[in-house]
Design a protein around this ligand. Structure first.
Ligand SMILES: [Zn+2]
Length: 305
């Protein structure tokens, strides 16, 4: 077997125990060259599809607006906070210094979630792996020409669904927020996305950071999300993957997720709904992001022809 990103054959098994998260008996091998993690055994797409059908209904449920009433008050307040941060970002002039400040490591307390500083209302943007559709709706609400794509049937019925696989349309920006780690062959996905970008078009990617201290504490520590995450990116592997496909790399920033470190360290005993705990989780993650050790990365690149 070889690394699906750098093609090195020097792989070593790093985690062997069954994972608590999904009780699947999987292991993770690490490429000694680019430090990409690879979930083993490599499942067929068919096997994974049946797992998605069985275990992803909570994601689908969020697509339906009525289900938002199931949110707790804290969840709702946090969502409103994130939406207001993104709204402020979108109101700033494209490519301005203020937009760039929002996409620096130490700004992860105010997460923008994978939108480039250059994005303008004249651009057409595709949310690839749009999930619960919230970003497409938010962008549209603020006057942006946003479209979404995801594999779930429910997504096809959403407004502004774009069937990227059966269309020749090209975009100014493609956003893939925590999507690439779900792919067996991430280089193929990047090549496909490049073919859907206009010359000079921008790619923005968010992925968990396999080399963060969080992931190094053991199989129950990080965002392994087995068996759905089939590869686990390091900064090196992310950079190699993008350059191999011919993207010009602008930057890679450390950008922790909300649930991040402490929750995992305590084996998920911390309730994400407790406001005080949530504050400390986010505060701790922000400090680690400033040190570039956060639990996730965001990559900004452009399509040079
Ligand atoms: Zn590799």
């Amino acid at each position: 077997m070889e690394c699906p990103v750098c093609k090195s054959k020097r792989l070593s098994l790093v985690y062997k125990r069954p994972f608590v998260e999904t009780r699947t008996k999987q292991s993770i091998a690490e490429c000694e060259n680019c430090r990409l993690g690879i979930s083993l055994p490599r499942l067929s797409q068919r096997a994974l599809n049946s797992l998605y059908d069985a275990e992803y209904p909570p994601v689908i449920a969020k697509i339906r607006p009525s289900k938002l009433s199931d949110e707790s008050l804290i969840q709702k307040l946090y969502r409103k906070f994130v939406e207001s941060v993104i709204a402020s970002y979108l109101a700033l002039p494209p490519a301005s210094i203020w937009r760039k400040i929002f996409t620096m490591d130490f700004m992860s307390l105010f997460p923008v979630k994978c939108l480039s500083p250059e994005l303008s209302r004249e651009d057409e943007i595709l949310d690839f792996g749009a999930g619960s559709w919230w970003m497409v709706k938010l962008l549209r609400k603020h006057g942006y020409k946003a479209y979404g794509y995801d594999v779930f049937d429910e997504c096809r019925q959403q407004d502004w669904f774009h069937d990227i696989k059966n269309s020749d349309k090209k975009f100014d920006e493609i956003r893939a927020f925590h999507v690439l780690e779900h792919m067996q062959e991430p280089l193929e996905t990047l090549k496909f996305l490049k073919s859907k970008l206009k010359p000079g078009g921008r790619l923005v990617i968010g992925v968990p950071n396999f080399t963060s201290p969080l992931h190094r504490i053991g199989p129950n520590g990080g965002h392994f999300h087995l068996p759905y995450h089939r590869v686990h990116f390091s900064e090196e592997s992310l950079e190699i993957a993008c350059k191999k496909i011919g993207f010009e790399l602008d930057s890679i920033i450390s950008r922790s997720t909300e649930t991040g470190y402490v929750s995992c360290l305590l084996n998920n005993r911390v309730s994400a709904n407790n406001p005080a705990e949530k504050f400390w989780l986010k505060f701790g993650s922000t400090v680690l992001d400033a040190m570039r050790k956060g639990d996730a990365y965001e990559l900004y690149a452009r399509n040079i022809i």
